[in-house]
Design a protein around this ligand. Sequence first.
Ligand SMILES: Cc1cc2nc3c(=O)[nH]c(=O)nc-3n(C[C@H](O)[C@H](O)[C@H](O)COP(=O)(O)OP(=O)(O)OC[C@H]3O[C@@H](n4cnc5c(N)ncnc54)[C@H](O)[C@@H]3O)c2cc1C
Length: 269
Amino acid sequence: MLTINQYVKAESLQQAYELNQKKNNVILGGMLWLKMQKKSVGTAIDLSNLGLDTIEETEDSYLIGAMVTLRTLELHKGINSMTNNAVSESVKHIVGVQFRNLATIGGSIFGRYGFSDVLTIFMALDASVELYQKGIVSMEEFSKMPYDNDLLVRVIIKKQKMKVAYLSQRNTNTDFPVLTCAVSNIEGTYRCVIGARPKRAVCLYDSNGILKDGITQESAEKFGEFMKGQIITGSNMRGSEEYRKILSGVLSKRALLKLKDYEVTSYAD
Ligand SMILES: Cc1cc2nc3c(=O)[nH]c(=O)nc-3n(C[C@H](O)[C@H](O)[C@H](O)COP(=O)(O)OP(=O)(O)OC[C@H]3O[C@@H](n4cnc5c(N)ncnc54)[C@H](O)[C@@H]3O)c2cc1C
């Protein structure tokens, strides 16, 4: 059971950050993951008074506050139109609507969970995180960083011309994924992000130039084989290392073929 000794509704990010430096204090997101833990928390730090529950659109970016829920993201018109609905597809299999109405982007990204649909899609979008102490860091770099006591303030997606497709494999609907896969082409650069390996998601690139002449059935087959050869997977109760490798090849090929059928989207769409 989770026990909380003190509760503070932070009045500023500075106060939240300072409180979070003490080892047994925690930041609260939607508390869905936290409440599953057996832990005694000193001070629970609530960010809900800091205006971080909105998605702000600027001329060149979407700024997603740490307290924005997965459901808000799922329904956001601008982000979904820019991403061929891949963002919506990435979160809509997570438990259920009521759950997604509580789970936050901060709680979903900061933990860099090995099973994360959310980390997978944001890496493929070439997004960044804004950390209170370290500033803006690319999601790919953040995914490799060790845990610390920083504070995730927002996630930033740059408005760029892109095509994106998201696929996941689940043993049963709404379960944790066996494998996640997001493929994107952003301003000509292909990214293939594989998550739930079951380690943290990784981003692979078309480093052999397989797609230099575009996507065809043949180049997609080769791309899938290349990803299968590159990816490092592991085994757990949901699937074996070998099964995940095979899935990586199949899902990356299928996601790539989806891109072939998409129009290039832009923030103006
Ligand atoms: C039963 C269950 C099934 C799930 N299935 C999936 C799934 O299929 N796919 C998937 O991608 N995810 C899945 N998740 C994860 C879920 O989507 C959320 O990511 C998770 O619940 C955390 O979100 P939260 O807002 O509840 O965070 P909390 O539980 O409140 O916090 C999680 C952690 O993040 C820290 N934290 C929160 N906000 C911040 C911040 N702004 N800065 C720094 N640290 C912060 C907290 O201190 C805590 O350590 C599942 C979770 C559960 C409980």
